[in-house]
Design a protein around this ligand. Structure first.
Ligand SMILES: [Zn+2]
Length: 289
């Protein structure tokens, strides 16, 4: 069932998810987040944009591993609760700040994966070019300065960083990832935790060997040729602070992937009712197994 929900979500990448599908997807991503140990207890939060001014978010005080679809809360972009028996996540300000800053972002995940959070606690950014997959997808992962959880200061610090990045570490706290759909945001969370683990092992073995500027250029060119988008904030190819994939980073307009909200519409050929039918058919089919 999980794969079926994921592929249905993929068909809506970059657009608003129908509500029934958004509910099923948040529950599934919450289950993955908890089972992978990316959060402890009731930590972490997940949200999805489902309309021009409607965000569906996890509630406060619930383990992400066991949330139910009817516990999710709808809020407006200004933070007004629109629907739900429970209160929205205590970090909802951070999510809303991201949605207001990045109209192209359709989902946000916040978690505390232990290894990348260790980097955030140590004040060490994951911004070196060491893995082709990261060069092509996330680029540099900066650290937003410390602000207490749930505050507007934290929301503002993250919103500023997320202008150019899809993944940000939060000093002495955790990580935030965003995406054009909820699984893209979750896979970025997996990717930074994996990158942090590899970086940690490499440093225990004497230090990572950075990709050279030429190698990074080749990787970037391959990504361009295949039609993929390059991250707006490129990783650094050497230890010199001024050295980054500077030339190609400046060529890229950080706003180029941004779409206006008026361009974002639910698929015209598939009604919301049809998607709800598909979601419940998927549930029934898998309930029989
Ligand atoms: Zn947190």
């Amino acid at each position: 069932m999980q794969e079926a929900i994921e592929s249905l979500v993929g068909a809506y990448s970059g657009r608003y998810l129908p509500e029934s599908l958004a509910r099923a997807a948040i529950v599934e991503v919450g289950r993955r987040t908890y089972s992978r140990g990316f959060v402890a207890a009731n930590d972490g939060n997940i949200s999805v944009r489902i309309g021009d001014d409607v965000i569906l978010a996890t509630p406060t005080g619930r383990s992400k591993g066991f949330i139910r679809e009817d516990e999710l809360v709808k809020v407006s972009l200004s933070g007004e609760k629109l629907e739900g028996l429970l209160e929205p996540s205590s970090e909802i300000r951070m999510h809303l700040g991201i949605y207001r800053t990045r109209p192209d972002v359709m989902a946000v995940e916040h978690a505390h994966p232990p290894i990348c959070t260790g980097f955030a606690v140590a004040g060490v950014a994951l911004d070196k070019c060491i893995l082709a997959e990261v060069v092509m997808t996330l680029g540099a992962i900066p650290i937003a300065g410390f602000a207490a959880p749930s505050t507007q200061e934290l929301a503002d610090a993250v919103a500023e960083k997320v202008r150019l990045c899809d993944a940000v570490l939060l000093a002495n706290h955790g990580a935030v990832t965003v995406g054009r759909d909820i699984f893209a945001a979750h896979y970025s969370m997996e990717r930074i935790e994996h990158l942090a683990a590899i970086t940690l092992v490499a440093r225990q073995l004497g230090g990572e060997k950075l990709l050279t500027p030429r190698q990074v250029q080749e990787i970037s060119e391959a990504q361009r040729v295949s039609g993929g988008r390059l991250p707006a904030l490129a990783c650094k190819t050497c230890d010199d602070a001024s050295c980054s994939l500077g030339s190609s980073a400046s060529e890229r307009d950080p706003g180029e992937s941004t779409v206006t909200s008026s361009e974002v519409t639910v698929a015209e050929d598939v009604s919301e009712e049809r998607v709800a039918e598909l979601v419940s058919a998927i549930r029934e089919e898998f309930a029989e197994l």
